[in-house]
Write a protein that binds this ligand. Structure first.
Ligand code: AKG
Ligand code: FE2
Length: 312
């Protein structure tokens, strides 16, 4: 069976019943696959299209231009990541993808400057539209992420604003990805090895090529592109938070299309100082939390160390 489609426009409605109805739909999807398609998110299609166009333009730059933007030059994980720069599946071959990291632009004098993942972005000089398009998109998805977290709160029978401290000044990361076609001579090579996401929520925009697969109880299922919709999935943090009631599900990418594939996940990770601890509504009488409380920042650091050999 395919992944459900949830129209989240009700979360922005003034009618509390409309907001609760979305919470109910989220609850079912989170308990079941931990993955769903999201429509009614309010992000203009023109902005989504512009992000895809700039993403293609970035990866079309000459290698020397991309190398100059390498994230090795950044202290806060911004910029270009070479083909094979990450191995998402332990023991597998390096991922057949190249990437680019963008997060909040932290200005000089901001007290957060220099904390894990906080600092300036890296911008390609030859693409004048790149920065404004990406920053507009980053802001738009921050709004959707916070709104979805309110829906998640409702879905867990919490007060609607219970997770607002988590969505205050959140860490979030926009990641541009390019997957060249799979190589027939390397049958074990994956575009992105099987992994779960680190944070709270991921909102993925993918082009029309396809190749994302999600692990279900019956095996790998395809998550084909649905125009205008995001593929949303829960990350490890929400699984911890809910004592594994909500699922952070394995997924991977194999681009067997013979074409170039582009995708843009947005990782909504939350306020770095927020301490996640088991949600009380996720404990049956006598049940104990499986995981100790952990701050968002400590969790994120540990997760980066897992997939990058030389992580900071
Ligand atoms: O490109 C995709 O479809 C998925 C990417 C992904 O899972 C990730 O970057 O965590
Ligand atoms: Fe992922």
């Amino acid at each position: 069976m395919g992944l459900p489609v949830i129209d989240i426009s009700g979360l922005a409605a003034s009618d509390p019943a409309a907001r609760r109805a979305v919470g109910e739909a989220l609850r079912t999807a989170c308990l079941d696959h931990g993955f769903f398609y999201c429509t009614g998110h309010g992000v203009p299609q023109a902005l989504m299209d512009a992000v895809m166009a700039q993403t293609r333009a970035l990866f079309d730059l000459p290698d020397a231009a991309k190398d100059a933007l390498d994230k090795a030059h950044s202290f806060c994980n911004r910029g270009y990541e070479q083909l094979g720069g990450q191995t998402l599946q332990p023991g597998a071959m390096p991922d057949r993808k190249e990437g680019y990291y963008i997060s909040e632009e932290i200005a000089e004098g901001d007290p957060r400057m220099g904390r894990f993942n906080h600092g300036p972005n890296v911008w390609p000089q030859d693409l004048p539209e790149f920065r404004p398009v990406m920053m507009a998109y980053y802001a738009a998805l921050g709004v959707v992420g916070a709104r979805l977290m309110r829906g998640i709160a409702l879905s867990l029978d919490l007060e609607e604003d219970a997770l607002d401290p988590f969505t205050h000044r959140p860490i979030a990361t926009l990641r541009l990805l390019h997957y060249p076609p799979a190589r027939p001579e390397e049958p074990d090579e994956l575009g992105a090895g099987a992994h779960t996401d680190f944070g709270a929520l991921t909102l993925l925009m993918q082009d029309e090529v396809g190749g994302l697969q999600v692990k279900s109880d019956t095996g790998w299922i395809e998550a084909p592109p649905v125009p205008g919709a995001y593929v949303v999935n829960l990350g490890d943090m929400i699984a911890r938070w809910t004592n594994d009631r909500y699922r952070s599900t394995l997924h991977r990418v194999i681009n067997r299309s013979g074409r170039e594939r582009y995708s843009v996940p947005f990782f909504y990770t939350g306020n770095p100082d927020y301490v996640t601890r088991c949600v009380p509504t996720c404990l049956a009488p006598g049940e104990v939390p499986k995981y100790p409380a952990v701050s968002v920042e400590a969790h994120l650091k540990a997760m980066y160390a897992r997939t990058y050999a030389a992580a900071t």
